[in-house]
Design a protein around this ligand. Structure first.
Ligand SMILES: Cc1cc2nc3c(=O)[nH]c(=O)nc-3n(C[C@H](O)[C@H](O)[C@H](O)COP(=O)(O)OP(=O)(O)OC[C@H]3O[C@@H](n4cnc5c(N)ncnc54)[C@H](O)[C@@H]3O)c2cc1C
Length: 248
């Protein structure tokens, strides 16, 4: 499953785990039940095993709702995804230090020619929103957002990207090493990585990055991660959504 995000980005499912020793299929032909391992991990304390979701849904909810002292069983499940996103999104994403990352090397391989170019309408809306907030904080002092200036700025960003790319390619052509030629790359340039984390960790990531306070771009990637988590960990997902919505 590859979910497209922004103009050149994506989140692609690689693998999920957590089926424990029961190895039950979620739906026929649709992978294993990756949440049985969570119950098995919790029952280690009494040497018990998975009893079926009819009974164990309740145990899962208890574990989830007492996160401060019973959340470690959610570390018995997890997943790996592949992500292509602008470097500025990776700067934010990789602050989640307890995920594991492997990113494409710009030292050994020339970078692909992908740059993030935001849409004009959403850029204008965001500028307007930011300006309203600033105006309110400044005691209602009005400044007027100029649409042609926003459009002109976007056009210049596009020209700047073209220049950055041509300078990078020129550097490579005359023999500048890839590791040095990349100094021309802006944070709007795309990079690619694999990210691995346990389920507890993915939920912590989603709590922070689905939130309205998170930057719009990383939120779009978090929405894609959420779709994948929902598919592979449906019981936990239901609990997460209820808890996430109750905090709003
Ligand atoms: C809206 C928003 C704005 C942000 N703005 C900024 C910003 O301006 N500047 C900036 O630098 N970051 C910023 N961040 C990043 C933020 O500070 C966290 O680094 C990021 O959200 C990852 O969270 P985390 O540390 O809980 O995750 P992880 O790094 O995955 O850590 C998970 C948990 O492990 C524990 N842990 C991990 N490392 C340590 C450690 N060294 N010592 C003790 N406990 C540890 C903590 O309990 C932590 O919650 C922002 C994040 C958000 C969501």
């Amino acid at each position: 499953v590859k979910i497209r995000v922004l103009d050149h980005g994506y989140v692609e499912f690689v693998e999920a785990w957590g089926h424990g020793s029961a190895m039950l299929a979620i739906n026929e032909g649709d992978g294993w039940d990756n949440e049985v391992g969570i119950i098995e991990a919790a029952r280690q304390s009494t040497q018990g095993s998975f009893r079926g979701w009819k009974e164990d849904e309740k145990l899962l909810a208890t574990l989830f709702n007492h996160q401060s002292n019973q959340s470690t069983p959610f570390e018995a499940a997890g997943m790996t995804i592949e992500v292509q996103a602008p470097i500025m999104v990776f700067r934010e994403w990789q602050r989640h230090r307890t995920q594991s990352y492997n990113e494409a090397s710009a030292r050994y391989k020339a970078l692909p020619d992908f740059y993030y170019w935001p849409e004009a309408i959403s850029t204008f809306e965001r500028a307007k929103e930011a300006q309203n907030t600033t105006n309110k904080q400044a005691g209602g002092e009005a400044t007027v957002l100029n649409a042609p200036e926003v459009v002109s700025w976007l056009k210049q960003v596009s020209e700047f990207y073209q220049f950055a790319e041509s300078l990078y390619q020129y550097g490579l052509k005359i023999g500048i090493p890839k590791e040095l030629a990349r100094i021309t790359m802006p944070v709007g340039h795309y990079s690619r990585m694999r990210a691995t984390a346990n389920l507890r960790n993915w939920l912590a990531f989603l709590t922070l990055r689905l939130d309205e306070k998170a930057q719009w771009e990383i939120r779009q990637f978090a929405e894609a991660v959420a779709q994948i988590v929902q598919h592979h960990f449906p019981h936990t997902w239901k609990l997460f959504v209820a808890s996430f919505n109750s905090r709003r």
